[in-house]
Design a protein around this ligand. Sequence first.
Ligand code: CA2
Length: 151
Amino acid sequence: MTKILVIHGPNLNLLGSREPEVYGSDTLASIDQALVKLAEQHSVSLETFQSNIEGEIVNRIHQASANQNNFVIINPAAFTHTSVAIRDAFLATDLPFIEVHLSNVFSREEFRAHSYLSDIAKGVICGFGKNSYLLAFEAAIIACNTSNSKE
Ligand code: CA2
């Protein structure tokens, strides 16, 4: 069975409580719920993980690789713009991943346009709120089914 891990980065546990004009009014729990529903529809195994701690995200990527996960979807949040450690974790494990963002990072402050992950990701989806995750999930399933996810 295809195994997909979704990682949510720092502060995303607060979704729905502040800045709805930027990040929407969906809570993280409602995003995870929608992903669980999609996973059931596609008979895919799904795990979700949120952390505010960079090293925990690095460890979770290592664990996903050791546990034969097929694909990772990650919203690295602020670590997108700072984390060589998360980049190196993906390079070290060779796990295919899609980078997602709720907001359109290219229409915001200049520093958000740079990502330490985009160039090594299978793809990047941003600007669609909760649907960024759902679109990424569909794309991950297509990638896994066409078994080119590691190419
Ligand atoms: O648009 C995205 O998904 C981001 O990854 C969100 C990050 C931001 O640093 C990236 O540039 C783009 C910030 C997540 C903060 O989450 C909040 C949740 C509730 C209230 C305020 C912030």
